[in-house]
Design a protein around this ligand. Sequence first.
Ligand SMILES: [Zn+2]
Length: 361
Amino acid sequence: MCVLRFGVLIHHDKKNNAVLIPGPYNVPDTIRKIHTAAFVADMHADSLLWHRDLRKRYTRGQVDLPRLEDGGVDLQVFGVVTKVPKPINFFINSGDTDSLPLLFLASWRSPATWFNPKERALAQAREIMQLANTSQLTLVLRKQDISAKGIKGLLALEGMHAFNGEEASLNDLYSAGFRMMGLTHFFDNEIAGSVHGIDKIGLTELGRALIPQMETLGITIDLAHASDVAFDETLDLATKPVVVSHVGVAGTCPGSRSLTDDQLQRIAENGGVIGVGFWKRAICDVSVKGITAAIRHAIKVAGVDHVGLGSDFDGNVTTPFDTTGLPMLTEALLAAGLPEEDVLKVLGGNVRRVLTTNLPD
Ligand SMILES: [Zn+2]
């Protein structure tokens, strides 16, 4: 039974978090030098979900600590997934079904997590705390942690349905280490509407009450997966920079989950950052070229101070490379004629700026 449980998980991990071209990836030394010196930040990877020992190097999935080091990554935002409808539909889902009990059972997590989104969030937070205590990883909780040596990790909640409808969950999840929160994931919840939801509503009363509280605590608001109405309503209320942690841009890859030029401009006005994704629905062309094209479009519309990376590694997506391939992106951006200082902003400078602004002292 034990072997079978793990077998199911490993099979899914391998199949669903695939890489088109496996490493090692060849990049000239001059480029690698620039990349290594840069502060590189990726705003979204769901690596915690799969219950790998991230201290070890795996041949499956797209992120672990040894590979983050090879990829020159300074900061990895770890998304925490707590409920996924079954079957998943990209355009319209209710929150009535849940495909995750089996995964939490198969990964031998406590029975409390099997059916409870908040418990799933708290369990994954405990796991990254444990990882930080037994590895080089620094968990980012305050401003100063951003400048810690080595690889930093930041905990992000993917969908505030994990509040289980309770305002008091904000403090519980903040205390557990969460410093970024996406309003929604695949369905409308008690906080806001999802772009994949049924009614795709705006902010609820609870959502409106939580936005200023999140800003006061130093939690960065993430508008990835938010409905168009929730996106606008949040930006009307926001007094701090927000992020769209992992997303596509309609200019190179149209679709309901891609940001229109108007939305890109709204993020720029807010002072926030757009994290360009690496998967099919975000870039259409799953290649270094496709990512580069999306980044260039976002820069053209929003300006170079508002564009960053949001791979969605380990998020049930196939990507052109794993995290060790990031230097190829530096190479491609420079080859596209972007000045080095602009490349540094996109690689992570902008994300560092926003987090430094928002995080508590
Ligand atoms: Zn996502």
